[in-house]
Each structure stands twice: as C-alpha cells, then as structure tokens.
Design a protein around this ligand. Sequence first.
Ligand SMILES: NC(=O)c1ccc[n+]([C@@H]2O[C@H](COP(=O)([O-])OP(=O)(O)OC[C@H]3O[C@@H](n4cnc5c(N)ncnc54)[C@H](OP(=O)(O)O)[C@@H]3O)[C@@H](O)[C@H]2O)c1
Length: 322
Amino acid sequence: MGILSLISGWPGPSGFGSASTAEQVSDSIDASDLTVIITGGASGIGLETTRVLAMRGAHVIIAARNTKAANEAKQIILENNKNAKIDVLELDLSSLKSVKAFADNFKAHNLPLNILINNAGVMFCPYQLSQDGIEMQFATNHLGHFHLTNLLLDKMKETVAATGKEGRIVNLSSVAHLYTYEEGMRFDKINDKDSYSDKKAYGQSKLANLLHANELARRLKEEGANITVNSVHPGLIMTDLMRHSYRSIRIFKVFTFLLWKNVPQGAATSCYVALHPNLKGVSGKYFVDCNEYPASNFATDPELAKKLWDYSHNLVNSLQLS
Ligand SMILES: NC(=O)c1ccc[n+]([C@@H]2O[C@H](COP(=O)([O-])OP(=O)(O)OC[C@H]3O[C@@H](n4cnc5c(N)ncnc54)[C@H](OP(=O)(O)O)[C@@H]3O)[C@@H](O)[C@H]2O)c1
C-alpha cells in the first residue's frame, strides 16, 4: 500500500483499501455478542466507528469527557437504528483520577469487555499541562490510554475465559508517528516547555501509541492471553482534531486533497482491525487503509517499547501517589 493505492483506492491484500468504508469492511459480520469500549466515540472517526459497530449489533460504550455531546451523538445514532445498544460513561483521559473512576464505573456495570478501541486524541495543542502536570498530548493520547488499558485488562481476560472469544485492543496511532522529536521519545524532557513543538509532541504521542500496542502485544503473547493488540493510521480526515490548526490544515488540504478520506472511510481501518475474522491471532501490527503496513524504526524498536512501558508505569504510579 503506497501513495498510489491511497489515491486510487485500489484494494490491498486484505481486499480493502483507502476507499473502503467502515460499513463495507464490516459487512455481514455479526457483532451482537460483543461489548466494546471506544474512547472519544462521540465525534469524528470515533462516532462513525460507534455507529457502525452498533449497526453490526455490538454493545458500544462511548467513553467521553463531554457526556452531554456523547448522549446527543447516541440519540442521533438511535434515530436511524432504534436497536443500537449504546451507553455513555464519563472519561477524561488527561486525568488519571478520571481514568480510574471510569474503569471502576464500567466494572460496576458487570458487563463483559471484548474490544477496547483507544481512539480519543488531541492534536497540535499549544503547550499545556494536564491535571496531573504532564504535557497534554502525551498525557491524553498515551498516558491516559496506557492507564485505562491496564485497568481494563483483567476484565478483558475474564471475558476471554468466559466466552472463549478473542479479545482485541486497537490503538489509534497516525502516520504522524514518523514526525517526532529527533530522539523519538524524549523521556527526560517530556514536560520541557522551551523546546516544545506542538507538531513533534503530537508525533511523539502517536509513536507512543504504537510502542504501547507493540509492547502490550508482546506481553500478552508471552502470557498466552487470547487478546490481540494492534495500531492503526485511519488516514487524513477533516475532523475536530484539527481545531488547533484549522486554517493551516485547510490550506494544506488544498494541495493534498487527493490524499484525504471522508469520515466513513476514516473509520474503516478501526472497524476492520476490531472486527474482521481475517485478523484472528494477528497482534503487534500496524495497519493503514485496512492493510498491514511497516511502521517507523522507532516504532518497531522493542527496547524503546519496553523503555516506554517502564517509564509510563513509573509515571502513573508516582502521579497516583502525589
Ligand atoms: N483525523 C485525522 O486525520 C487523523 C489522522 C491520524 C490519526 N488520527 C487519530 O484518530 C483519532 C480520532 O481522531 P478524530 O479525527 O476523530 O478527532 P476528533 O473528532 O477530534 O475526535 C477525538 C475525540 O477524542 C476526544 N478527547 C479529546 N481529549 C479527550 C480527553 N482528555 N478525554 C476523553 N476524550 C477526549 C474528543 O472529545 P471532545 O469532543 O470532548 O474534544 C473527541 O471525541 C485520534 O487519536 C487521532 O490522533 C486522526
């Protein structure tokens, strides 16, 4: 899959390509025995993913910081699919306390958990710190999802044991993982304001999404857990993600319009990786346009993945104590 297939929409080895939509890649898949959590599932790619997963019968829990907007999104889906099983629970990924409260709240509902889609994200924010005092893009895009995933893993393993069905975790990364700081991950300068670049910090956080998925995939394989973990780049899609750089991205789009997708196409790779039987047992891979794709050297460095895991684990522990 390269630029030509992106522009032409030609299908790759999976039978799908950049022009495939979330409905097409999940056509005739019955997800009625699956429960899914999707972060940021109330807008953009996440909303379309929620809609299509619900259309396939899945029970979808939208994890959202703005529960009013998420409930409105739920109502819009219900207008066209009155059988959609959708619930909304509050989650602010930029606060570890909120992540813990969300996980506790979800577990109190005694639901199974088959699929976790770590979809929420922020992009190109001006320098700011999260409620826990961590640079916002790293905190929201990576650290919150790292903590959330760890808190939900037991529930996913319990579900696998009870149902015999493979669990799946999908991390929304980005082609932007290629455009990070020179050293890949800046562990010793995560909060450094003077050298902060909104673009590189986003790239770093998306690299972290990939490294997190790869290291978790390795650990789960080692344990023999029947849970796969993969990363996706959804494509370039005009959504609210662009809110901090709307004007410059509109101009960029004029010159690159052939490379852009619409939202139904943008949700295709998430739905494919979350649901498709082709990917049974496939773990630790990166997908673009519904096909496996090589990630960067940093992203495929197992030592860097382990280092990020230990760093994130220690950071979460120290922040919880403070
Ligand atoms: N669009 C693209 O071209 C593109 C390209 C590559 C990768 N991606 C990735 O795809 C994913 C989805 O992006 P999108 O384009 O659909 O953007 P979007 O429409 O802005 O959706 C992002 C979602 O994340 C939520 N979110 C942000 N901060 C949060 C927080 N602290 N806690 C909980 N939820 C939070 C947002 O909620 P609010 O509505 O409350 O802000 C929103 O629902 C992101 O991870 C992004 O990095 C997108």
